[in-house]
Design a protein around this ligand. Sequence first.
Ligand code: HEM
Length: 413
Amino acid sequence: MAPEPLTDTGPPEGFDPRGRDRDDLYGALARLRDLGEVVYSRQLQAWCVTGHEDIAAILRNDADFSARDHKPRPTLDLPPDVAEILRTWSGDSASLGEMDPPEHTRVRSVINAGFTPWALQPAEADIRATAVQLLQPLTEVAEFDLVADFALPYALTVILRFLGIPEEHHQDCLRWSDHKVQLMVGRDHTPQQLRECATGLRDFGAFARELTARRLAEPREDLISTMLHESPHGHRLTPEEVAALIPTLIITGHTTLAQGLAITVRHQLRSPGGWTAVVDGRVSIPHLVEEGLRLDCPVVGMYRTTVREVTVAGQVLPAGSKVLLLYGAANHDPGRYPEPDHCRPERWPTAAHLAFGRGTHYCAGAGLARAELRIALEELAARFPGLSAASEAGPVYRPTFPLRALTALRVRP
Ligand code: HEM
């Protein structure tokens, strides 16, 4: 492990994305960028990289930057029994996000077989039906929470149906997913609360293994069956590997999506005439999807570890250094995006962002996510032409850095 630098090169008051800087994260990222392209944060125990070009170059360089151990830092000090469950709940397979090539290449090629345009296209009608079913009852109410009443159940239902998870288990999957997020980022939990989350995770793992066994015996038209039975380029996954992937796909597949949708709607509601422009078609919804993700990306950053000594933007980083790639900062890089803090859907389709990462670990579900966001915005615009914010209050985020999670978005139909 690389020795920690003695001093914090971040802002004098520290970079505190889980606390003070949570609700104005982009102000804090701009201050961080002003200090340099690579600054050390003692609080996050990592070198923070803010520039678009530097991050894109790191993501192209698997030889020098490993994805192993990309847990948010500092890691939680967990009771031993909880730590043991966390180590074993999903079996022995490493998590996809922490694999390096060639192991990663094998697993990703099988997952990719489930996300081809041929797999996604037929799913679109089902995604739209899910949106309509959830939105219809909301046309009858005076006010609702776009996060809890639509974005979260929509995102969760879509990924669960895509995987082929029976409806009666959907609420369990929501609860277990939240347990996983809390165990990853929760700072103020009692040992008892941590144990409850860990027990939930153990149940999640057992459920995934049991469902995998069923799909192995009786394949269906769903992602779990594809991952079990497809062998692109001769690559295959074991049932244990597929079972370990199920919770990952559920968690990454819905928390990010719900956030991307909520934040995009929020931006349009706050800008004068913004929602009307969506409703009457003056704003292209696919372009708005990209700009919404660029403006406030659901995954603000990801960790990598240097394999050997490397130099990034003039800063020498010893082997074993933790590097936090701040996708959120890169997406506001003023050298690349004029007026980076403004919503400008007309930047697209010529711009490109890092909201889905890039390179080896580029988001496996990006195509599905884009379809979900587009369909949700189309159906919202069709049913709620007069949608407005029910409160002037600023946004409040959960302390889940580097994942972004808006707590609520009260709206009037
Ligand atoms: C707006 C929604 C989404 C955003 C912003 C997003 C963002 C990201 C980002 C930034 C990464 C790369 C992490 C890294 O660099 O290490 C990633 C990876 C991943 N995402 Fe997404 N994601 C979204 C939706 C989804 C959906 C719907 C799925 C479907 C299951 C999904 C599945 C995955 C998986 C499996 C990975 C790991 C890929 C790998 O390590 O090879 N994501 N996502």
